[in-house]
Write a protein that binds this ligand. Sequence first.
Ligand code: 2BA
Length: 109
Amino acid sequence: MKLVIAIVQDEDAHDLIEVLTDNGHRVTKLATTGGFLKSGNTTLMIGTEKDKIDQVTAIIEQVCKTRKQVITTPSSAAGTSGVYVPYPVEVKVGGATVFIVDVDKFFKF
Ligand code: 2BA
Protein backbone atom coordinates (compact mmCIF):
# COMPACT_ATOMS: atom_id res chain seq x y z
CA MET A 1 0.00 0.00 0.00
CA LYS A 2 1.19 3.51 -0.87
CA LEU A 3 -0.02 6.96 0.05
CA VAL A 4 0.20 9.62 -2.64
CA ILE A 5 0.20 13.13 -1.19
CA ALA A 6 -0.38 15.66 -3.96
CA ILE A 7 -0.32 19.42 -3.38
CA VAL A 8 -2.18 21.06 -6.26
CA GLN A 9 -3.67 24.42 -7.11
CA ASP A 10 -7.26 25.00 -6.01
CA GLU A 11 -8.25 25.62 -9.66
CA ASP A 12 -7.29 22.04 -10.61
CA ALA A 13 -8.57 20.24 -7.51
CA HIS A 14 -12.17 19.69 -8.63
CA ASP A 15 -11.27 18.21 -12.03
CA LEU A 16 -8.51 16.09 -10.52
CA ILE A 17 -10.81 14.56 -7.89
CA GLU A 18 -13.37 13.86 -10.61
CA VAL A 19 -10.91 12.04 -12.89
CA LEU A 20 -9.33 10.11 -10.01
CA THR A 21 -12.67 8.90 -8.66
CA ASP A 22 -13.96 8.11 -12.18
CA ASN A 23 -10.94 5.82 -12.50
CA GLY A 24 -11.71 4.03 -9.25
CA HIS A 25 -9.27 5.80 -6.91
CA ARG A 26 -10.18 6.95 -3.43
CA VAL A 27 -9.33 10.51 -2.49
CA THR A 28 -9.39 12.74 0.58
CA LYS A 29 -9.17 16.49 0.05
CA LEU A 30 -7.56 18.86 2.55
CA ALA A 31 -7.64 22.66 2.37
CA THR A 32 -4.03 23.76 2.83
CA THR A 33 -1.90 26.88 2.60
CA GLY A 34 1.46 27.26 0.84
CA GLY A 35 4.23 28.51 3.09
CA PHE A 36 5.76 30.82 0.49
CA LEU A 37 2.75 32.49 -1.17
CA LYS A 38 0.63 32.10 1.97
CA SER A 39 -2.35 31.46 -0.24
CA GLY A 40 -4.68 28.49 -0.41
CA ASN A 41 -3.88 25.29 -2.18
CA THR A 42 -5.31 21.79 -2.02
CA THR A 43 -3.67 18.65 -0.71
CA LEU A 44 -5.06 15.30 -1.84
CA MET A 45 -4.35 12.03 -0.06
CA ILE A 46 -4.76 8.99 -2.28
CA GLY A 47 -4.25 5.56 -0.76
CA THR A 48 -3.57 3.00 -3.45
CA GLU A 49 -1.77 -0.21 -4.37
CA LYS A 50 1.78 -0.09 -5.70
CA ASP A 51 0.73 -1.18 -9.19
CA LYS A 52 -1.69 1.77 -9.50
CA ILE A 53 0.87 4.47 -8.69
CA ASP A 54 1.77 5.07 -12.33
CA GLN A 55 -1.87 5.58 -13.26
CA VAL A 56 -2.41 8.00 -10.36
CA THR A 57 0.68 10.09 -11.17
CA ALA A 58 -0.19 10.12 -14.89
CA ILE A 59 -3.66 11.51 -14.09
CA ILE A 60 -2.17 14.17 -11.80
CA GLU A 61 0.32 15.18 -14.50
CA GLN A 62 -2.40 15.32 -17.16
CA VAL A 63 -4.89 17.42 -15.16
CA CYS A 64 -2.71 19.87 -13.19
CA LYS A 65 -1.41 22.96 -14.94
CA THR A 66 1.59 25.13 -14.16
CA ARG A 67 0.62 28.78 -13.70
CA LYS A 68 2.43 32.03 -13.08
CA GLN A 69 1.54 34.07 -10.05
CA VAL A 70 2.68 37.57 -9.19
CA ILE A 71 3.45 38.41 -5.58
CA THR A 72 4.23 41.84 -4.27
CA THR A 73 7.17 42.08 -1.91
CA PRO A 74 8.20 45.28 -0.18
CA SER A 75 11.62 46.54 -1.27
CA SER A 76 13.40 49.58 0.19
CA ALA A 77 13.29 52.65 -2.03
CA ALA A 78 16.70 53.73 -3.37
CA GLY A 79 18.37 56.40 -1.28
CA THR A 80 15.75 56.42 1.42
CA SER A 81 15.74 54.54 4.68
CA GLY A 82 12.56 53.07 6.07
CA VAL A 83 10.61 53.68 2.85
CA TYR A 84 9.37 50.55 1.14
CA VAL A 85 7.72 50.33 -2.25
CA PRO A 86 5.78 47.31 -3.49
CA TYR A 87 7.87 45.26 -5.95
CA PRO A 88 6.11 42.62 -8.07
CA VAL A 89 7.83 39.24 -8.38
CA GLU A 90 6.60 36.50 -10.70
CA VAL A 91 6.73 32.89 -9.47
CA LYS A 92 5.88 29.76 -11.39
CA VAL A 93 3.59 27.56 -9.32
CA GLY A 94 3.88 23.94 -10.28
CA GLY A 95 1.12 21.77 -11.57
CA ALA A 96 1.58 19.49 -8.59
CA THR A 97 4.04 18.61 -5.86
CA VAL A 98 3.75 14.89 -5.25
CA PHE A 99 5.10 12.76 -2.40
CA ILE A 100 4.76 8.97 -2.50
CA VAL A 101 4.95 7.36 0.90
CA ASP A 102 5.16 3.68 1.86
CA VAL A 103 2.33 2.66 4.16
CA ASP A 104 3.36 0.07 6.79
CA LYS A 105 -0.15 -0.77 7.93
CA PHE A 106 -3.61 0.12 6.76
CA PHE A 107 -6.77 -0.49 8.79
CA LYS A 108 -10.41 0.30 8.22
CA PHE A 109 -12.71 -0.18 11.16
P1 2BA B 1 4.06 27.78 -1.73
O1 2BA B 1 4.99 27.45 -0.61
O2 2BA B 1 3.10 28.89 -1.53
O3 2BA B 1 4.99 28.08 -3.02
C1 2BA B 1 4.44 28.53 -4.22
C2 2BA B 1 5.51 28.68 -5.29
O4 2BA B 1 6.44 29.70 -4.90
C3 2BA B 1 6.35 27.42 -5.50
O5 2BA B 1 5.72 26.56 -6.43
C4 2BA B 1 7.66 27.99 -6.01
O6 2BA B 1 7.60 28.27 -7.41
C5 2BA B 1 7.76 29.33 -5.29
N1 2BA B 1 8.60 29.23 -4.09
C6 2BA B 1 8.36 28.51 -2.97
N2 2BA B 1 9.34 28.70 -2.05
C7 2BA B 1 10.21 29.55 -2.61
C8 2BA B 1 11.43 30.16 -2.17
N3 2BA B 1 11.94 29.90 -0.95
N4 2BA B 1 12.06 31.03 -3.02
C9 2BA B 1 11.55 31.30 -4.23
N5 2BA B 1 10.40 30.78 -4.72
C10 2BA B 1 9.74 29.92 -3.92
P2 2BA B 1 5.83 25.00 -6.23
O7 2BA B 1 7.26 24.61 -5.98
O8 2BA B 1 5.16 24.37 -7.39
O9 2BA B 1 5.04 24.65 -4.89
C11 2BA B 1 3.62 24.76 -4.81
C12 2BA B 1 3.16 24.46 -3.39
O10 2BA B 1 3.49 23.10 -3.09
C13 2BA B 1 3.87 25.27 -2.32
O11 2BA B 1 3.22 26.50 -2.13
C14 2BA B 1 3.77 24.37 -1.09
O12 2BA B 1 2.48 24.47 -0.52
C15 2BA B 1 3.90 22.98 -1.71
N6 2BA B 1 5.27 22.47 -1.69
C16 2BA B 1 6.19 22.57 -2.68
N7 2BA B 1 7.33 21.93 -2.33
C17 2BA B 1 7.13 21.43 -1.10
C18 2BA B 1 7.92 20.66 -0.19
N8 2BA B 1 9.20 20.30 -0.49
N9 2BA B 1 7.40 20.32 1.00
C19 2BA B 1 6.13 20.67 1.31
N10 2BA B 1 5.32 21.39 0.50
C20 2BA B 1 5.80 21.76 -0.69
